[in-house]
Design a binder for this molecule. Structure first.
Ligand code: G3P
Length: 212
């Protein structure tokens, strides 16, 4: 499974660049940074050599395509994030025909994921955390999409998004998501276990008794 970091914060990305395979941003994450969007995206592209998702703001097909055509030339690694709407899927079809990679975002059903795949999306982003927030089964959606895609060998990669904790990360891997995009804090926690800390402390204590 590929591991992306879900942030627009360049300090977080710089710290985790050695580990991650790509970066996802969204308008909310970019807004937190109080810096120009294109400047942030260009900087991220210098830090991580992998897919970097940059989201369009327009809601009409024409405006989405126009925005995508200005964002894609920033760097070869740019992937255009398009919201899951009918107009958005028309934009995905056009961009795919132009060789511009896309990440269909705000996906909450397997039917939406199939539409994205039919239109040639590079990635599809089911938002597991937001589904769980409403009492739904976010990981169940990942499993459904996986089944649908496997039935027809769709090339679209399943990118588990809206990951809130390390169990989400593990479940995404167990279900065979192609990618998980993970916030900085969750990524850091994935290294930790209290028994590891206890084990290190015990080894060091016991080592004090070894004659030197
Ligand atoms: O990649 C999409 C993700 O950033 C959304 O996460 O936590 O706002 O639901 P969240």
């Amino acid at each position: 499974m590929k591991l992306f970091i879900d942030t627009a914060n360049v300090s977080e990305i710089r710290e985790m660049a050695w580990l991650v395979d790509g970066v996802t941003t969204n308008p909310s994450l970019v807004a937190k940074e109080k810096r120009p969007f294109r400047e942030i995206i260009a900087e991220i592209c210098e830090l991580v050599d992998g897919p970097i998702s940059a989201e369009v703001i327009g809601l009409e097909t024409d405006t989405m395509v126009a925005e995508a055509r200005t964002l894609a030339p920033i760097h070869d690694n740019i992937v255009i994030k398009i919201p899951m709407t009918e107009a958005g899927m028309k934009a995905v079809k056009i961009l795919t025909s132009e060789g511009i990679r896309t990440n269909v975002t705000l996906v909450f059903s397997a039917n939406q994921a199939m539409m994205a795949a039919k239109c040639g999306a590079t990635f599809v982003s089911p938002f597991v955390g937001r589904i769980d927030d409403m009492g739904g089964d976010g990981m169940g959606l990942i499993a459904e999409i996986k089944d649908c895609y496997q039935n027809y060998c769709f090339a679209t990669e399943i990118l588990a998004a809206s990951i809130r904790h390390t169990r989400h990360l593990l479940d995404a891997a167990l279900l065979g998501a192609d990618v998980a995009t993970v916030p900085y804090g969750v990524l850091k926690k994935a290294f930790d276990h209290p028994l590891t800390d206890l084990g290190i402390a015990r080894f060091l204590k016991d080592w004090e008794g070894v004659p030197r």
